[in-house]
Design a binder for this molecule. Structure first.
Ligand code: IPD
Length: 269
């Protein structure tokens, strides 16, 4: 069966799903958290991550039963329509556990392997970043674009976001790379949600971002938001990928890529 809804339809659904799951997460924060770990002792998951993903998958089963799904907490089902949903039910779980108000629900849909819509809902602030391929990026109802949002500063004055994985040896290499590049930028931020960091580049709240070792559900929606806002989203081979993902406005793309290569930040995996 080949049932491709319009991108606008998929984009609207991505926003509805991200906001609905954000409500589930918000409610969950009011109760005692059951916290366990996943890939390593520092890779946390809560009952709320699982509840949020179950809610998303339940809604998709009801509304788009033949689409494929890939969720961070193990929800996976093959589809028959060419549409696949990439779900991060809580991106920034460590912040969520600590009560740091910086975590989000990220929902993207790809059609025949190409990400076409994405929505990232900041649970605590209630902001929703959204984009449709070729249709621009928005923060709630305000368009996001370089003209409105980006600062025009050289790399030496840029504030650049990054993040670290959960594997100890990877973290050692990531820490060394950040130490090497820190003198060549104004500052570095590790905010704790890759999805939001990409949206923050789109909104001009960060001048750039890079991270190795992300998963598709971490970056699919945020990468589309940043691209549609006019940013260059790339990786080691020019495309965002789990091995390496970067985002910045066009004028900083080459200098940032050069710095990341020179300091080995793009080769920690
Ligand atoms: C993590 C966050 C974090 C990033 C990690 C991700 P999670 O996702 O996005 O900022 O540095 O690489 O795994 O585990 O909170 O969904």
């Amino acid at each position: 069966m080949n049932d491709h809804p319009s991108d606008e339809e998929l984009g609207g659904l991505a926003v509805t799903l991200a906001r609905g799951a954000a409500e589930v997460v918000r409610d969950g924060r009011r109760t005692a958290l059951e916290v366990t770990s996943k890939s390593t002792a520092t890779d946390l998951v809560t009952v709320v991550d699982r509840r949020s993903e179950a809610w998303l998958i339940g809604e998709l089963a009801r509304l788009r039963p033949d689409d494929g799904v890939l969720g961070e907490e193990g929800g996976a089902r093959p589809g028959r329509t060419g549409v696949r949903w990439l779900l991060d039910p809580v991106d920034g779980t460590v912040n969520f556990v600590l009560g740091i108000p910086h975590y989000a629900v990220s929902v993207a849909a790809e059609v025949d392997g190409q990400v076409r819509v994405g929505a990232v809902c900041d649970v605590a602030l209630g902001e929703t970043f959204r984009a449709v391929l070729g249709g621009g990026a928005y923060l709630d109802d305000a368009p996001l674009g370089l003209a409105q949002n980006a600062r025009d500063v050289p790399l030496a004055a840029a504030v650049v976001g990054t993040g670290f994985g959960y594997d100890r040896d990877l973290r050692r290499r990531q820490g060394a790379a950040v130490a090497a590049l820190l003198p060549d930028v104004a500052d570095v931020r590790r905010l704790g949600s890759a999805a939001l960091a990409l949206c923050y580049v789109a909104a001009g709240r960060l001048d750039g971002y890079f991270e190795a070792g992300l998963h598709e559900w971490d970056y699919a929606a945020g990468a589309l938001v940043a691209t549609e806002a006019g940013c260059v989203v790339a990786g080691r081979d020019g495309r965002p990928a789990p091995e390496f993902t970067t985002a910045t406005r066009p004028a900083l793309a080459a200098p940032l890529a050069e710095l990341l290569a020179r300091t080995g930040a793009d080769a920690v995996l």
